[in-house]
Design a binder for this molecule. Structure first.
Ligand code: ZN
Length: 259
């Protein structure tokens, strides 16, 4: 056993592993903190460096997109490049292993970076949308983003609808935009029906997603929180680990799987 973690952290890891082993319907809720070890900036956070030159409501809001889509795409390009170049980290892989081993039923993520899927997670609910598809602003046709990524990242070409020629909007939830209804409904259902919620890399500050663990608690679920900073639910959780997700989650997984 490595000794880089404190005794209380090691006890927390063991306790979290016991709870996971005893659960039948665990749900993992992840936020930007799970992707920061992969180098992905949090596009909603003031600390991300993305807003030093820009006011988020002037570029990353729905009204800004409608007013100036080309300005939006020019702003998004660096962030998009960072996302497509990022690799999943040990926390993403650990969560995928828990799903493969049958302990985790659903991953609810606030992230748009596809890293859970690339790590092998199958049942992922992207409540803030994702970079994998685009929707036409006129005829609402949805297309796969794959064919548009390279021309955009390489040459800054904005994507246009193959059917009607109007500008396409990435299917990520911008400020001032509703969450995708069907996905959000599934996330609420999963939170209500789980017997364990593991929150990883989220400070639980962005509503309405931050309310999901409360829904789980109201229905008698256990709660495990792994985040660098405290959250409003630390007092209600069975286990709280203020640690690096990429360091702690693989240790929990190894403990669960008896490695
Ligand atoms: Zn169209």
């Amino acid at each position: 056993m490595m000794t880089d973690l404190s005794v209380s952290t090691l006890m927390g890891i063991r306790c979290a592993a016991d709870i996971i082993r005893g659960s039948k319907h665990a749900v993992v809720l992840t936020g930007a903190g799970i992707s920061t070890p992969s180098g992905v900036p949090d596009f909603r956070s003031k600390d991300s460096g993305l807003w030093e030159k820009f006011d988020p409501f002037e570029v990353a809001s729905l009204s800004a997109f409608r007013y100036n889509p080309l300005g939006f795409y020019s702003w998004l390009r660096n962030l998009a490049r960072g996302i497509f170049e990022a690799m999943p980290n040990p926390a993403h892989y650990g969560i995928a292993r828990l799903e493969q081993a049958g302990y985790v039923q659903t991953v609810i993520t606030q992230n748009i970076d596809l890293l859970h899927q690339r790590a092998g997670s199958k049942n992922v609910l992207e409540v803030h949308g994702s970079m994998s598809s685009l929707t036409c602003t006129s005829c609402y046709r949805t297309v796969d983003a794959l064919g548009y990524i390279e021309p955009y990242l390489e040459r800054g070409e904005a994507p246009y609808c193959p059917a009607c020629g109007s500008i396409l909007k990435p299917d990520l939830v911008l400020m001032g935009e509703q969450l995708p209804a069907r996905v959000w409904l599934k996330a609420q259902e999963a939170s209500k029906n789980c017997d364990l919620m593991i929150v990883a890399g989220s400070s639980l500050e962005v509503l309405p997603v931050a309310g999901l663990p409360m829904r789980a608690l109201e229905n008698g679920a256990h709660l495990v929180l792994i985040n660098h900073t405290p959250t409003y639910l630390d007092v209600r959780a069975d286990v709280v680990l203020h640690e690096d997700v990429a360091q702690v989650i693989p240790r929990i997984v190894a403990e669960v799987l008896g490695e």
